[in-house]
Design a protein around this ligand. Structure first.
Ligand code: NDP
Ligand code: 2IT
Length: 449
């Protein structure tokens, strides 16, 4: 490790010792960019690393709201505006009880690199709250979103910061957030949020974009290594937005998705998952994945106990972790390898622990890293923003074909960077190197600000 890199890492470890997820994300980037620093001494002279790991702004705020029993509840809201180097701050909002500053900062940090890879003018941010949407009525969700926006509105804007969805935030929540923003501002500023419903300014194919994009990336990666998705067995963790549309695209390419999960457990359907049934349970009824067995009694359900999800015990060719961070541990990686996995595609952000990623790469498993492989969602958010600016709608096919081209470009950029820096086939390093270069150049060009 270079002296410069080591010195910065030590400093930020001391400053951020209570933020393990953030430090994990930083270490992962640092572990791959040594050859870049060697080739570009100007990056050290310009303090690129020190500036890159410090968020431009971290905002926390109180979110008070009244539940259906008339009781006052208080949650904590966050917005980490990490980097506006190459465009307005851009990134999702997560509503989940586990949300804290470490998780917000890791997500915001990764978003900078991901957004740079899309080739579109968007900076990096993340936000959210420790609010738990599970079991809340529609009315409670609306009141929470309105209160959240009562503070957030002063920090965002279509040229300033553009939030979107993430875990626990989908079209329903974005709708309530947008309604409140419009009410406060007294103006229709359509591009201030993305992931909107199509009837008031959303983009066709945004809902599908992250999952579809993940599979486009996987297709390209497999192609390079003389393989494809046809007839492959696929297991997908999660059963939310990313997981559902990754499954849809995988089926379209002739793969067979046999397992999906939620935080309570996973279902295994040897005949192939009935995706319409999953959509009905998750998108319409907002139910638990276990309910799948009510209509498909031949499927199996495995309850989750402890850290490792039972889904990674299932034999598969391709594993797509699409739920949450650190959901695929070293143990799970070992089981996947024993069972002959050929590729892992990260639909979620940082779903593999560092040990799991290292092990998979060591064993020759292809790893599609989150920053690149799940960038289709935010890329399509940027396409939503441009449609809003034009006051125009593209067709589904237009958006989907732009998305597909962006994913091909991202894959090629990762591959090229890995080849150039002597780590061919390591797309984790490729993604970090390609985006780091771009950001470092922009930082130098803009001076010390
Ligand atoms: P959703 O809220 O739609 O779905 C999340 C899914 O993951 C649910 O099945 C949920 O199960 C499961 N999950 C969430 N937290 C945990 C946990 N702690 N342990 C086990 N399972 C969990 O979210 P998305 O599909 O939008 O997001 C999934 C991942 O993809 C996240 O990492 C997100 O950051 C990432 N991502 C999302 C993008 C998007 O456009 N939406 C874009 C790029 C990345 P349960 O219902 O039981 O909680
Ligand atoms: O992690 C992510 O890239 C997202 N949740 C999507 C962000 C966005 O602005 O569309």
């Amino acid at each position: 490790m270079s002296e410069y890199l080591n010195k910065v890492l030590l400093e930020i470890e001391q400053k951020n010792s209570t933020e393990p997820e953030f430090m994990q994300a930083v270490r992962e980037v640092f572990a791959t960019i040594l050859p870049v620093l060697k080739a570009h001494p100007e990056y050290e002279q310009n303090a690129i690393l020190e500036r890159m790991v410090e968020p431009e702004r971290v905002i926390t705020f109180r979110v008070p709201w009244v539940d259906d029993n008339g009781k006052i509840q208080v949650n904590r809201g966050y917005r980490v505006q990490f980097s506006s180097l190459i465009g307005p701050y851009k990134g999702g909002l997560r509503f989940h009880p586990s949300v804290n500053q470490s998780i917000m900062k890791f997500l915001g940090f990764e978003q900078i690199f991901k957004n740079a890879l899309t080739g579109l003018p968007i900076g990096g941010a993340k936000g959210g709250s420790d609010f738990d949407p599970k079991g809340k009525s529609d009315n409670e969700i609306m009141h929470f979103c309105q209160s959240f926006m009562n503070e957030l509105y002063r920090h965002i804007g279509q040229d300033v910061d553009v939030p979107a969805g993430d875990i626990g935030v989908g079209a329903r929540e974005v709708g309530y957030l947008f309604g409140q923003y419009k009410k406060i501002r007294g103006a229709y500023e359509g591009g201030v949020l993305t992931g909107k419903d199509i009837v008031y300014g959303g983009s066709l194919a945004r809902k599908e974009a992250t999952g579809y994009g993940l599979v486009y990336f996987m297709r390209e990666m497999l192609k390079t290594h003389g393989n494809n998705l046809s007839d492959k067995t696929v297991t997908i963790s999660g059963s939310g937005n990313v997981a559902i549309y990754a499954a849809e695209k995988a089926f379209q390419y002739g793969a067979k998705v046999v397992a999906m999960s939620d935080s309570n457990g996973c279902i295994y359907d040897e005949a192939g998952i009935d995706l319409d049934l999953i959509k009905q349970i998750k998108e319409v009824q907002r139910g638990r994945i276990k309910e799948y067995l009510n209509s498909r009694p031949n499927a199996q359900y495995f309850e989750r106990f402890g850290e490792d999800s039972p889904i990674w015990q299932i034999k598969t060719d391709i594993a797509l972790p699409c739920a949450t961070q650190n959901e695929l541990t070293l143990n799970s990686a070992k089981t996947l390898v024993e069972n002959g996995v050929i590729a892992v595609g990260e639909g979620a952000n940082m779903p593999c622990t560092q040990e799991a990623t290292n092990y998979l790469l060591e064993k020759g498993v292809l790893v599609a890293p989150a920053k690149a492989a799940n960038a289709g969602g935010v890329a399509t958010s940027a396409i939503e923003m441009s449609q809003n600016s034009m006051r125009y709608y593209y067709t589904f096919v237009e958006v989907d074909s732009k998305l597909e081209q962006i994913m091909v470009n991202i894959y090629n950029a990762c591959r090229k960077a890995a080849d150039e820096y002597g780590c061919s086939g390591n797309y984790v390093a490729g993604a970090n190197i390609a985006s780091f270069h771009k950001l470092a150049k922009a930082m130098i060009a803009q001076g010390v600000v």
